[in-house]
Design a protein around this ligand. Structure first.
Ligand code: NCD
Ligand code: ZN
Length: 345
């Protein structure tokens, strides 16, 4: 039986595109599936001004194959020194859709991130005033905190107090991985939302140690135990508009992943919507995928919903064992393995 699934074209509300040759390699994977993406600013050097974001946006558009349409939605990288004027400028020139808060040292290219959120209060007040979303990488960097508890600890120590201090601040708790994060967002004010990745819906932490160490399953926040994965699935399929699609597709060269100190990041853009379709189907909730992928994110970011559509077919195909990535290679999630859904239009 031919089984197809047609969806309003989705948006990826959390994406790492990198720059230069690497970006040229990965951008078509996203543009084939998504109309728009919230593009993360953790480049080297990071995108810390509205002017830099405009230039990065031009790079992305210039790297897009001529037959593809795609709208990059830019973000600013919050530092201890980000001035309120930068936020106002980002709003004025219309480029900036959110400001990314990386606790300094939490993840890839976060060294210039925030050392103490109290240093950003003036800027956060400006964001609260104009409705500029704060996009949060929610993990503490305290080495004394167990790696698997860093999201929960961030929630208690940083995020909850922040929402009390700035009750109107629009917040996206990015790539949530725990039951506690799901419960917090569910119970919070309407302007507090969360993204959920496909890999956190599909994998629990055993995937990092399946028969040996699996560096391509290592990302941040790190995969959690099965009970948390189940809560993420429940949230994603709940129909609650606070939860929406953000892949956190984060490509790294194979050599940087397979290393004595391997980088965090899972590449999923090659099959992003197909992976979500698999997760939703496993949960018996394919009918809930469209709102999660195509409506909730657009509504939160106050963007018009997309008008065109994409179609997937229930047909298994084998993911290539590696992809080219500038001068390097890239190992995609499910490399050499089969996927149940295929994009056909
Ligand atoms: C991201 C990256 O590589 O840029 N890595 C990851 O594991 N998700 C950074 C991030 O979002 O934490
Ligand atoms: Zn990310």
């Amino acid at each position: 039986m031919l089984k197809t699934l047609t969806l309003t074209r989705p948006d990826d509300c959390h994406l790492h595109l990198r720059d230069g040759e690497q970006m040229r390699a990965v951008l078509p994977d996203t543009a084939r599936r998504f109309a728009r993406a919230i593009v993360m600013p953790n480049l080297k050097p990071p995108i810390i001004t509205a002017e830099m974001a405009l230039i990065y946006r031009e790079h992305i558009l210039a790297a897009l194959p001529p037959d593809m349409r795609f709208e990059p939605l830019m973000t600013l990288y919050l530092t201890d020194n980000t001035a309120p004027s930068e936020i106002f400028e980002g709003r004025r020139n219309g480029t900036i859709h959110g400001v990314k808060y990386y606790p300094a040292g939490a993840t890839t290219n976060s060294a210039a991130g925030v050392t103490d959120i109290a240093r950003c209060y003036q800027t956060l007040a400006a964001m609260e005033e104009i409705g500029m979303p704060l996009l949060v990488h929610g993990e503490v960097t305290d080495p004394a905190v167990d790696v698997f508890d860093r999201e929960k600890s961030f929630l208690d120590r940083v995020l909850m107090p922040l929402t009390q201090r700035f009750p109107q601040l629009r917040i996206v708790f990015e790539h949530i991985t725990t039951q506690e994060a799901v419960e917090f967002v569910t119970g919070a004010w309407g302007h507090i939302a969360a993204t959920i990745t496909a890999h956190h819906m599909l994998l629990n932490r055993n995937a990092m140690f399946q028969g040996g160490i699996r560096p391509h399953h290592y990302c941040l926040p790190v995969l959690k135990r099965e009970t948390h994965r189940q809560k993420l699935v429940e949230a994603a399929i709940s129909g609650n508009p606070k939860f929406f699609l953000g892949t956190d597709s984060a490509p790294h060269p194979r050599s940087a992943k397979e290393s004595t100190c391997g980088c965090a990041g899972v590449y999923t853009a090659h099959a992003a919507i197909e992976l979500y379709a698999e997760a939703f189907e496993q949960a018996g909730a394919l009918d809930k995928l469209e709102a999660f992928a195509s409506f909730h994110g657009a509504d939160f970011y106050k963007l018009p919903r997309n008008k065109d559509s994409i179609t997937l077919k229930k047909e298994s195909w084998i993911v290539p064992s590696q992809l080219s990535f500038g001068n390097e290679t890239l190992i995609p999630l499910r490399a050499g393995e089969s996927l149940a859904w295929k994009l056909i239009g």
